[in-house]
Design a binder for this molecule. Structure first.
Ligand code: NAG
Ligand code: NAG
Ligand code: NAG
Length: 493
């Protein structure tokens, strides 16, 4: 017979555990989200059933096939720069944490990656060119239209030797190299194709150096949405770092060592997102240093350490901004992209440190991996509902979640329930409606609350209510980690 006090103890322990989240459900949904963003001809096993085929002539304007890929957010443009970054981060998620995923979710994640890489391969299949975008963003944003109805200009943008775009080509190289690691066992032939194309994309990026937004014509198409604000240099290092990781070829290690200074590796900017790769580059490259293979890479670990220190309350370094409720916060809109990408770096760095029995050097204190995991857990638990609004910021997860996300397809009636065409401006009524979106984009994570932890669930407020593919991509890895380690980082007292 169990003594009464022990029973009490068991109950209180299980209550504590019960308050933690269903990371498995959140992981499944975070991957399902990508099906709602699909462009092109949908396969028979499409699960997001409210979507239909769309943009089946993409590329025809330039006489090429550019169907497929993902719409980047709540609009219907295919922006190559953030799509490539999304692909890199989905792949990195699987590389670090895929073995912790339930088998079916690992398969779904690989399918989500391949939907992007099949498209990215098309963008570089014409020698001397990289197609960097499909869709005129001005005319697209002028309409509130379902992708299935889209009749706006599907302008095709390319970069070439004369009008270089090393950021897009470099990120595409990173994406294909990272994805080649995901498919190494699943589909070795495809993996080899990805790696060879990654090398070609990198060579193009490095041979014709320049930023795509420096060309006036391209600038009109890519800015202000995915302008290259901070230069292409970080994408060259990042592309080389991924090629090194995927191929183990020393020429890419040499590239990082020889060009680190001129390409600004020492700038050590504490950011990580579709435009700025520095913090991610430092984490990625420091792995090799920690494994004792390339001592010349020590500065990358120092920089990665100093980034981690800004995230750990106990460290004496200056900290990045948090909301009163504890969420990582950066001004500029779509804040959850920072939350998910930084959480991913926290867990990945914790993994590298722990595998090599090291700590992060934060001045007077040494920070161990569990502190990094604890911070990541706080962030993901906030995102899933432990926050002042008591709501989850993932559509379809938990009891309360965003109902009016800034997303054309989600907010207009589906093509199956309303097959009649809804023209550009005829969507406005749905945009302005106070009703919940009719098609829940399950798994979508929105930009999230403001710096005061407040979220209004307002469709017009795109900085808070719009989902993007690069919010979800790193979250896939974060959630996979917590599926396997639901209490990681927690110090039991
Ligand atoms: C590439 O872009 C240039 C400049 O806009 C254009 O003149 C050329 O036709 C494009 N090439 C293709 C194949 O689309
Ligand atoms: C390593 O990469 C370089 C540059 O792409 C290439 O020329 C070389 O053949 C590669 N070496 C091996 C062993 O694959
Ligand atoms: C969130 O839940 C807490 C505890 O149940 C409650 O005190 C608080 O008022 C709730 N906040 C909102 C915005 O609903």
């Amino acid at each position: 017979m169990t003594p009464f006090f022990l029973l009490q103890l068991l109950i209180s322990v299980s209550l504590t555990l019960a308050s933690s989240h269903d990371y498995h459900e959140a992981l499944s949904k975070s991957i399902l989200f990508f099906e709602g963003q699909r462009s092109g001809k949908l396969p028979p096993d499409q699960r997001a059933g409210w979507r239909g085929d769309s943009a089946l002539s993409d590329g025809s304007e330039a006489g090429v096939d550019l169907t497929g890929g993902y719409y980047d957010a709540g609009d219907n443009v295919k922006f190559g720069f953030p799509m490539a970054f999304t692909t890199t981060m989905l792949s990195w998620s699987v590389i670090e944490f895929g073995e912790l995923m339930p088998t079916d979710e690992l398969r779904n994640a690989a399918v989500a990656i391949r939907w992007a890489t099949d498209y990215l391969l098309k963008t570089i299949s014409h020698p001397g060119l990289v197609f960097v975008q499909v869709g005129n963003p001005i005319s697209d944003h002028n309409c509130w239209e379902r992708p299935e109805d889209m009749d706006t200009a599907r302008t095709v943008y390319n970069v070439s030797a004369d009008r270089p775009g090393s950021e897009v080509a470099g990120e595409t190289a990173a994406a294909l190299a990272a994805a080649s690691m995901v498919f190494r066992d699943i589909d070795p032939g495809y993996s080899q194709t990805l790696l060879e194309n990654a090398m070609r994309a990198f060579e193009f990026a490095d041979t014709y150096k320049g930023a795509y937004s420096d060309d006036p014509q391209l600038k009109a198409g890519v800015c202000p949405f995915y302008c290259d604000f901070d230069g292409y240099q970080d994408e060259l290092l990042w592309g080389a770092a991924w090629l090194r990781r995927a191929s183990q070829n020393d020429s890419f290690l040499d590239y990082i060592q020889n060009n680190g200074k001129t390409l600004g590796a020492d700038d050590n900017i504490n950011e990580f997102g579709w435009d700025n790769k520095h913090a991610g580059l430092n984490v990625l490259v420091s792995k090799e240093f920690m494994e004792g293979q390339a001592l010349s890479l020590e500065s990358y670990k120092e920089f990665a350490d100093s980034f981690m220190c800004t995230l750990i309350p106990e460290s004496s370094s200056s900290h990045i901004q948090f909301t009163p409720g504890g969420l990582i916060y950066r001004p500029g809109g779509s804040n959850m992209q920072h939350v998910t990408s930084i959480s991913f770096l926290l867990l990945t760095y914790a993994k590298y440190l722990s595998k090599s029995s090291q700590t992060a050097n934060c001045g007077s204190i040494q920070v161990d991996p569990s502190s990094l995991q604890l911070q990541a857990k706080k962030q993901v638990d906030y995102l899933l509902g432990d926050n002042p609004m008591n709501m989850s910021y993932m559509v379809g997860y938990g009891d309360r979640y965003p109902q009016r996300i800034h997303h054309r397809g989600s907010s207009l009636p589906s093509v199956s329930s309303h097959p009649q065409f809804i023209a550009c401006k005829d969507g406005s009524d749905y945009y302005k409606s106070a009703n919940p979106n009719p098609n829940p984009l399950v798994g979508a994570v929105v930009g999230g609350p403001g710096e005061d932890d407040v979220y209004e669930d307002d469709r017009a407020d795109f900085r808070k209510s719009e989902p993007t593919t690069y919010i979800n991509a790193p979250l896939v890895g974060v959630l996979a980690y917590f599926v396997a380690n639901p209490n990681a980082g927690l110090v039991l007292t």
